[in-house]
Each structure stands twice: as structure tokens, then as C-alpha cells.
Design a protein around this ligand. Sequence first.
Ligand code: NAP
Length: 490
Amino acid sequence: MGTRMQAVPELDLVIFGGTGDLAMRKLLPALMRLQQDELLPARLRVIGVAREPLTQAAFQALAHDRIASYQGKHFDPAGWDRFVGHIDYARVDATDAASFDDLAQRLQAEPQRDRVFYLSTAPRLFSTICDQLAAKGLITERSRVVLEKPLGHDLASSRDINDAVGGHFGEQQIYRIDHYLGKEPVQNLLALRFGNALFEPLWRRESVRDVQITVSEELGVESRGDFYDQVGAMRDMVQNHLLQLLCIVAMEPPASISADAVRDEKLKILRALRPIEGADVAHKTVRGQYRAGASGGKPVPGYLEEERIKPDSTTETFVAIRAEIDTWRWAGVPFFLRTGKRMPQRVAEIVVNFRSVPHSIFGQSAESMNPNRMVIRMQPDEKVELHLLAKQPGDVMNLQPVHLNLDFSQSFKSRSLEAYERLLMDVMRGNLTLFVRRDEQEAAWRWVEPIMNAWKASTDKPKPYTAGTWGPAASSALLGRDGLAWHEEI
Ligand code: NAP
């Protein structure tokens, strides 16, 4: 983003959890693609770290087999051959100080290199990993640490993690990942909003009727039942991804694209979110849990019948919230947030609905179409569209909805980077703009916690919805009270 920063020429990227799912499915493939585009530092060493005793060759073979099996026919053997020389392995048990010695020796043999420690392990290990890195003298001024979610399960536990990591790394060295921020349409939204004078006058309460942010999954909990049952949709999706997307849509123009200028504006939005507490929780939020239904044309079990789920669990698999931002720009504009498992489609999108014309000269049918909206879609496809009404060709004045594609992928030759490619690039270049600052993360917890507490204290259970639908009926009613509807219902 912004002026192109050069990756440092010499860098050690140490991936704790190097044999794990995230490393194999996302991180190593992203690095491999960056290598193909010649975007990696010339002297990059990627050191996978885990407890399993593996030689460098065995780790390379494991990575090859796992990536080739994930990528199937898209796997590029020649690309792999160019990339594999960067990969090394060190056996470390995060809970055993002595096991860090080998890694330490290898890093210290090349003290001039920048170091990135990517913590792709369970967060309970973050503290001990940072303590050990510090004890071995491995954290230099030119070191960075990357933290994967979940960063705590509430404000207190997120503070504990931040204190533990912050005890050894300065805030400017800490990269908290929210991979939605790395997606091309999110950055395109920033470009459209702040690179053009066109949209800014419209981007406010006078012109915007409501904003809808949806991140839905078609899948259920799959094999992650024990993890998910302790977390739920609010912690897994709303506290981080949905609130980050809301910040990008709603923030004031930052003075520059520098990390702190952008993050200051996002923080102001989080702080301006009207608290939802007490009786408001029942009015402004919906929590749901899926029952047996169908997905992809096949019958699927309900949440309570899934493996490793407590039969009386009240964990929510769906959340819808009517949020409000108490600022001059947004007063009175509802921001609807929605996320859920076992929905009809895997979708991540932001829909900005503009107000109707004050008086339609084309009659009632045109007025009721409510035509103007901007759709920023991150999944399943990446696009930005502006929906308008236009005249259908012919002898009568018949208006029909049309949309302009605003992502201009045809206009540019360069390939767009996937989220993890972009974020790894930014870590290597030392650009924090797309990473979440501690105060943002804590402000987000401060807003969601009263809602979670009210749900916990309530005797009401999550509202049931049939797998394969867009959630409980109460979710539609949440918008219906404002005379609105989720955009797919219009
Ligand atoms: P995973 O498949 O369970 O992998 C965990 C990794 O940590 C393995 O490499 C494991 O190898 C290593 N490990 C476990 N205990 C260790 C220890 N004491 N010392 C050193 N290494 C240890 O987990 P994952 O799915 O890759 O997820 C990693 C982190 O990213 C989690 O915090 C997860 O919530 C987060 N995340 C994952 C995804 C995803 O798509 N998978 C997405 C977003 C966030 P050994 O057992 O050999 O030590």
C-alpha cells in the first residue's frame, strides 16, 4: 500500500507451528507465489519450527507433499524447485528452554539479518515463546513478531497476551494479523474512498441509508468442534473481522496512509460505537444456532449433533447486530453486522445502501427499486460494484438496475496478491498499516464483552435456524423494524 517499500535483502522468517495447517495451507504457498513474482528478499531463510524431529530435507519433503496435495492441479513443481532452497527446519518445543539452543545458534550465525518470528501456534504458547526468544538474546531492534488469532477470549485474556508479548517487543514490532484487511477489495475500498473526490460527499448520513456487513460460511464446525464450542461466532468473527471491516468503511479520511494515521482513525470508530448493554442486547442483537438442514443439496446435522459439541451447548453459530456509530458523519445510520455457519453460501461482503431519490419522476416502480448501493465483495469472488438504475434500450422509459464493476482488474496487468501474500510482504517490508494495534483490539473487546455477558446471563437460548438458511427469522426482523431488509431479501 502507498509508496512501494522494498523488502529487506536479508531476512530470517521463523514460523513457529511450521508443520501446522496454517503454515502448510497459507503461509508457505503464499511465500512460494511471492518467490515466483520475485517479491521475496534475495537472501530469505524460512525456518519452520515445531516439536517433531525432522531434518531439513524431511521438512522440505513434508511441505512439498502437503502443499501439492492442497493445491492439486494448481501446484507448480518448477515454482517449488525455485522456492525450496529457502526452507530450513529447527526442532523446538516452546515449553523447553534448552530446545531453543539450536535455533538460537543458527540465527546468531547471521546477526545482520532482520528477524521475523511468526507465531502460528496456539496463543497459550505466545508468552513462553517470547520469553525464550528474549532469554536467548534473539530479539533485536530489527526483529518483528506476527500474532495469529485468536488473541484472547475476552478483554482480560487479550491484555495478558499483549502484556506478555509487549514485555519483549515494542508495539511497532508487533504485527497482529486480521487477514480480511489483506484482501484486495478492502484496499480498493480505501483507494476509491480516499483517492477520489467523487464518493466522499456521499459517504455520510445524508446519503447513506444503511450499511450491511456479512461474513457467512457454508460449512459447519467440521472437525473443530471442541475449539469452536468454547469460542462461538462473536469471538471468532465479530470481535475481529467484522469490526475491522466496519472501521474501514466508516473511518474518517486519515491524514496519510501511514500505519498510525490509519489506525488512529479506526480506533476512533471503535470508540464511537454506541455500547449495547442491558435491555438493548435483546433488541439489537440476534444469536442463533443451526439445526439439522441441508448444505450443498445434502442433509447435514444440527450443531448439537456435531462431534465434540456439548449436547446442551448454548454457543452461538450465528450473530446479527444493529450497530450505531455516534459521530456527526454516521449518527442515525444503522450498521448491520451478520456472520454465521451453515449459511446458504460462503460470502464476505460489505453493502453500502444509499438513500432513494427524494422524488421519483419515473413513477412508483422506479422509486421502490431503491437502486444505489456499493457492494464490496471479498468472497467467494473479489469485486467492487456500484449499482444504479439505467434506462432499458427501447421506445419506453423503462428503468432497470445495472451495475458498474469498479475493481478494474482488466485495466491492470499485475496480478492481485492474496491476503496472506500481501500481509507477509508487509511484515517483511515493515509496514504496519494493515495490522491491528493493541488499542484497537482492546476497544473491540470492550464493545463486544457486554453483549456476550448479557447472553451468558440470559436464560434465553440462541434462536434456532435451519442449516442452509440465512439465520433465524429474528435476523430479518432486526432490519424489518427499520423498514429495511438484508440485501439478498430485496
Ligand atoms: P495446527 O495445525 O494444530 O498446528 C499447530 C502447530 O504448532 C504444529 O506445527 C505443531 O507441531 C506446533 N506446536 C504445537 N505445540 C508446540 C510446542 N509446544 N512447541 C512448538 N511447536 C508446537 O494449528 P493451525 O491450524 O496451523 O493454527 C495455528 C494458529 O493459527 C492457531 O492459533 C490458530 O487459531 C490460528 N489460525 C489458524 C487458521 C487456519 O486456517 N488453520 C486460520 C486463522 C488462525 P508439533 O505438534 O510437531 O509441535
